[in-house]
Write a protein that binds this ligand. Sequence first.
Ligand code: FAD
Length: 489
Amino acid sequence: MRDVEVLVAGGGFSGLGAAIKLTQAGRRDFVVIERGSEVGGTWRDNTYPGAACDVPSHLYSYSFELNPNWSRSFSDGWEIQQYLRDVAAKYRVVDKFVFDCELLSANWDAAARRWVVETSKGAYTAKIFVSAIGSLCEPALPDIKGVDTFTGEIFHSARWKEDVDLRGKRVALVGTGASAIQIGPEIAPLVSHLDVYQRTAPWIVPRRDRTYPKLESLAYKHIPGLQRLARTLIYWGRETFVFGFAINPRLTAPARKMALGNIARGVRDPELRQAVTPNFQIGCKRILLSNDWYPMLERDNVDLVTDGIAEIRGNTVVSADGTERPVDAILVATGFHVTDSPAYDKIKGAEGRTIGEVWRAEGMQAYKGSTLAGFPNLFFLVGPNTGLGHNSMVLMIESQLNYLMDALHTMDEHGLATVEVRREAQAKYNGDLQRRMDRTIWTTGGCASWYLDAHGRNTTLWPGFTFTFRQLTRQFDHAAYDSTAEVDA
Ligand SMILES: Cc1cc2nc3c(=O)[nH]c(=O)nc-3n(C[C@H](O)[C@H](O)[C@H](O)COP(=O)(O)OP(=O)(O)OC[C@H]3O[C@@H](n4cnc5c(N)ncnc54)[C@H](O)[C@@H]3O)c2cc1C
């Protein structure tokens, strides 16, 4: 059993960021376990046609590693994946990763004041356990009657089967969320027929994407501060969305107008227009970006099905109205286990309960999205209520990395063996947060979304500006924690 100071589970933007920050702070006694065979997380796993970010790449990248060579505003997934590989190589942290290594369990050993971590490649003990296992990485499959009887190919958007040739095939695309609207327009011209199964119509605004001319990339590379200025402008532009989402929903009116214009331009058929017009306030679910989704729905070889799937029988998808549609492949783009990831059942704290058990009983929550009462020396990256509907997740990840690094520094400075957030501090933090959440469009906007947990609470998003969260996590607030000193050992 190998002992390390810090064990990080997960090697996406969060885990890689942690590896870099730990190394820069001179902390070499750590390991990152990653069940995939390389860094990248989301961008390693989502290889579906059309995969791309929907926050401009200048902002959807580490603040300490801007990339002047992005080929376009909303880079393709493979380009982001290459960026993450390059960053890992540049910062010389690849040797800190153990790939193809699955976290099997993590148990707090109170006597030893260590996390005991079992993995598919052996056991570790660690003073600090960092959960960087992602919130959008466990595919959620719809529970459809008869799905086992399906005779064709069926797979989730995040587990794309590269070897399945969809050309000339009859295909069902289930879902109309962020991944589906990227996949549909890419495959529609190739397949013989595409049925799109829509449960709820999403709001979609135009995607202002463009390729960067060589000269512009050269300017970003050579003119000091230019790319940072571009990033800053994008940042503040995105932050203005918070006024409509979290302060006054009426301020979303321009976005709604833009989205309705997108429908009017993209769809001529009045019945189809009605079917794709959402019946909830814009912003309540994630606003999607596309210029070609609506024109795609009007193609002769594409049908929008709004009746819902009742059953799958052999090679046939049967919708609720009894219509039978034979298909060769079903593409499932129904999102992820966000608030109920099975990974949380693997991590057991000081009271003998797993995170999953605690959250199922009490609701998903943490203190500042980062620590959890009953789980000493555990830190989340992308923990509860740190998701964003309007801006780059990398901003939140870097804020949480600040908090983690300052916690480690504080522990060293005060000779602490353990820190555990006080229950009252956590309760107050979440009480305040949920009161703010009650006023947001995610609560009042009239939709059911994956932002909500089984208790109907939004435990996913941060209800405010990202700079407020940055401020909140700038320093480790020792006073909110119970701690024990190393010398007591
Ligand atoms: C298709 C898609 C598009 C997106 N686009 C954007 C965007 O444009 N802008 C934006 O801000 N956000 C976007 N996101 C959100 C995105 O997930 C975050 O931006 C970011 O990538 C999260 O990084 P992460 O490292 O926290 O998690 P992930 O990238 O999910 O990485 C988690 C890692 O943990 C590993 N792991 C999980 N469980 C285990 C285990 N038991 N043992 C070992 N390893 C494990 C996984 O293999 C994975 O590598 C998108 C998400 C998806 C799915």
